[in-house]
Design a protein around this ligand. Structure first.
Ligand SMILES: [Zn+2]
Length: 151
């Protein structure tokens, strides 16, 4: 799965979303705020922390749950509804807890996956490195859930 950034807006509009009639992906959506009740209390997140625009028209991708979210019918409401599902919030709790443990241990938070990808969309030569970068958070999350089991 490839993810697109706002700099790819034109490509997304002209290629990915060109057949989407109702709610095409909007680059305002990633900055929408959602408050979630995680273990340590209510915290504010942005849609863009979890949800990326993927390579399918009318669909976004939750990088936390590794599932697609259909935004064609209900737009940003569909994204926010997904972020508020029990399944998603549970995963957020796991990560938030791990992050605070990491910062207590002085490990900092150096998890900035997709934002560092220089994705020339049309080229195939770099698709491998894009995939690698994209897969990265999955491994981190796997480790998180493993760690939780071991605890
Ligand atoms: Zn999710």
């Amino acid at each position: 799965m490839k993810f697109f950034e706002e700099k790819d807006a034109l490509y997304v509009k002209n290629h990915i979303e060109k057949d989407v009639e109702k709610n095409q992906w909007s680059w305002k959506w990633p900055s929408l705020k959602v408050a979630l009740n995680v273990k340590s209390g209510e915290k504010e997140f942005t849609v863009g922390e979890f949800v990326k625009k993927g390579e399918f028209g009318g669909k976004a991708w939750c990088t936390l749950c590794n599932c697609s979210i259909n935004h064609e019918n209900r737009g940003s409401i569909a994204l926010i509804d997904h972020i508020k599902t029990v399944k998603h919030v549970k995963k957020v709790s796991t990560i938030t807890e791990t992050r605070s443990i990491q910062s207590m241990m002085g490990m900092g938070s150096s998890t900035s996956p997709a934002s560092e990808v220089n994705a020339p969309v049309a080229s195939t030569s770099t698709s491998e490195s894009i995939r690698e970068a994209v897969n990265q958070p999955v491994h981190i999350f796997d480790r998180v859930s493993n760690a939780e089991v071991n605890l």
